[in-house]
Ligand binder design. Structure first.
Ligand code: 7RM
Length: 629
């Protein structure tokens, strides 16, 4: 397994060269280090025009044998999962590989005895407890396709996802702890199920002990588990059989069920985990994401377990019981690699730095960032106060659709550059395109695209291959189009500048909203901003800027004039927003991404057409924006 790792710049350069000159041979070498029931007979078949991508064709594999069984021989007593509960007074749990294997097999048998079989879709609506990771793996064990729905989503969002994939089984819990709040998961699931006809059984884990209503289809987890043993041979899967569906929001309302498959996903998540974080045997690795997101799938569960790592799962939130919980947990478990999101860093940065400094963070070796561009201020705060300027920071760019990290530095191996994700991983052919789809050379700015498939690219959108083609392969034929813009320095380092599907045409000029936001954010009193277009009699479209200022006292005409001047100076007078609205927050998804679709509706005055806003992190700011517009 350690042959996956490039531990020096020379080894990295060599891998990169091989991966670009003999891409298939490169991935064959990596893939050979996993356990296959039968080796593949063709490495890659693809056509981005169709589009179709298949890796390791004819290979037979089960990802759980690679994440569990093979470690039983080499390190049965090694901790696989450390569980840190929401309440710091509740004891942490350490689950060894041996125990995890046994519990996964038991749950797999429980799913089977409740009717699940290979190819069935199973919806998981659960809190961040070990049983969630165990159920994910149990599905994979029996070849059932898991669809994890983040436990912060509403009944309507859950029902839509269950129905889209015709799930036959639901696994949920009575409730979930998150900070001072208790989420009534079973109540929400019951509500959702009144709109779903395909669910035959709902298995309910007892977590909070709260009272719940009981229906004919409900089964208690602990009772069902008593009926089964832990002997469950792994289902032999084809490389290209679906492993899971994970929904991601699209620019239209309906979520896209991205489909990932067994072989390629396994190979790429393990390879990227090993190399990006430079994990060493015995290290404690912590990714603060929720398993409801792709980051949790790839870099809490599958990637780390595939390489035999110890992965920490945290049930709570960074602010509970106090704003130093992250640092307290790092010190308590002697975390070596810490991977979080810029939105969390920015939130914690507002509190006295003593909250960081009072904890012993000397175990930290590597810091990671994911989910959105990391601004310079947050990058340096993270570097200075958390990493004490001795931990490399990996700024990892990737998507639900890419399955794994595509652009990043490798911790301590390749150079970092603040606010830059830096270089494409070996085997990843990133390019910059202009609006017409011509490749741009050298130092430049443009639309990010990927030229050649990598093993963990999503294969389709569940039930809608046409949409998969339209969204990712039609704008620039022959390329995978992720929807992000980027700039590239003379050394080939990429800085992701933001989404490019938010282009507004003002008086015939194409304006990316991301560079305008960057200009607004340069103002010392601006914390964050979002710019959207609205229709305008004369210009066709005009710009509406939503701006969060450092202090409400800064809200006056002077700052608005300064902001207009700043945009005019940085981009040009044409980019000056017609409207600048000071707000206390921006509507965000639970993973911290600004919901521009909602801001566009607000800017257009279409207050009644916002759709379901209950899945937002902060639905209350929408009300505030409405009141003040
Ligand atoms: C992993 C994840 C994907 C979108 C992507 C970008 C943005 C993610 C970075 C980033 C700048 C980064 N999956 N994004 N990572 N932007 N730098 N390091 O977040 O499907 O939920 O979102 O997130 O816009 O297209 S995701």
């Amino acid at each position: 397994m350690n042959n996956l790792a490039h531990q020096s710049l020379a080894a990295y350069d060599e891998a990169k060269q091989q991966a670009s000159e003999q891409t298939e041979a490169f991935w064959e070498t990596i893939a050979s280090q996993f356990e296959w029931h039968q080796k593949w007979d063709k490495t890659l078949e693809y056509d981005f025009h169709k589009p179709e991508v298949k890796w390791f064709l004819g290979g037979k594999v089960n990802i759980t044998e690679n994440c569990l069984d093979r470690h039983l021989i080499t390190q049965p007593d090694q901790t696989a999962i450390i569980f840190e509960p929401n309440d710091p007074k509740e004891a942490a749990q350490h689950i060894s590989y041996k125990e995890l294997h046994s519990r996964v097999c038991q749950v797999a048998n429980m799913l089977k005895s409740n009717g699940a079989k290979k190819g069935d879709r199973i919806c998981l609506y659960m809190p961040m407890v070990p049983e969630l990771a165990i159920t994910v793996l149990a599905c994979a064990r029996i070849g059932a396709i898991h669809s994890v729905v983040f436990a912060g989503f509403s009944a309507a969002a859950l029902a839509a996802r269950i129905n889209d994939a015709d799930c036959s089984l639901l696994v949920t819990a009575d409730g979930g702890f998150r900070g001072a709040k208790v989420t009534p998961l079973k109540d929400i699931a019951d509500d959702a199920l009144t709109h779903c006809s395909t669910i035959k059984t709902s298995i309910v884990l007892k977590r909070t002990g709260q009272e719940v209503a009981w229906n004919d289809i409900d089964v208690w987890w602990h009772e069902a588990l008593e009926e089964v043993d832990d002997n469950c041979p792994a289902e032999i899967m084809d490389s290209e059989d679906p492993l899971f569906i994970l929904y991601t929001s699209g620019s239209t309302g309906k979520p896209k069920g991205m489909v990932h498959t067994c072989g390629g996903y396994m190979v790429y998540t393990a390879y990227s985990f090993q190399n990006v974080f430079q994990y060493k045997k015995g290290d404690i690795y912590w990714c603060t994401a929720d398993i409801g997101w792709i980051t949790g799938h790839s870099y809490i569960v599958y990637g780390p377990l595939a390489v035999g790592a110890t992965t920490l799962m945290f049930e709570g939130v960074p602010s509970y019981p106090t704003y130093d919980r992250f640092w307290e947990v790092c010190a308590k478990h002697k975390v070596n690699q810490f991977y979080t999101a810029p939105t969390a860093i920015r939130a914690l940065q507002k509190y006295p730095v003593n909250l960081v400094n009072k904890h012993d963070l000397s175990s930290l070796k590597v810091l990671g960032s994911v989910g959105e561009p990391i601004n310079a201020e947050a990058w340096h705060w993270y570097d200075d106060h958390v990493g004490k300027n001795k931990c490399p920071i990996v700024d990892t760019w990737w998507q639900t659709e890419t399955g794994g990290i595509l652009i990043t530095s490798l911790a301590g191996v390749t150079s970092q550059k603040p606010t830059y994700a830096t270089l494409p991983m070996p085997g990843i052919q990133a390019v910059l395109l202009d609006q017409e789809g011509n490749e741009l050379a050298g130092e430049n700015e443009g639309i990010l695209a990927i030229k050649h498939p990598w093993p963990s690219i999503a294969r389709t959108i569940w039930g809608d291959h046409e949409r998969y083609k339209n969204v990712y392969f039609s704008a620039y034929p022959g390329y995978y189009f992720p929807g992000d813009g980027a700039l590239r320095d003379a050394k080939g380092n990429y800085r992701i500048t933001g989404r490019v599907d938010d282009v507004v045409i003002v008086s015939g000029h194409n304006l990316g909203t991301a560079p305008i936001e960057n200009a607004l954010n340069e103002h010392p009193n601006v914390v964050e901003s979002a710019v959207v277009g609205f229709s305008h009699d004369v210009k066709g479209n005009a710009l509406h800027a939503f701006v969060i200022v450092r202090s409400r006292a800064d809200e006056n005409e002077t700052i608005k004039n300064e902001l207009r001047a700043l945009v005019a100076k940085t981009i040009g007078p044409i980019a000056k927003p017609d409207r600048i609205q000071v707000v206390s927050g921006l509507p965000k998804t639970r993973s911290g991404k600004i919901m521009r679709r909602i801001l566009r509706k607000l800017a257009a005055g279409e207050h009644d057409q916002l759709g379901d806003i209950s899945t937002l992190l902060n639905p209350e700011v929408v009300e505030e924006i409405k009141r003040n517009s």
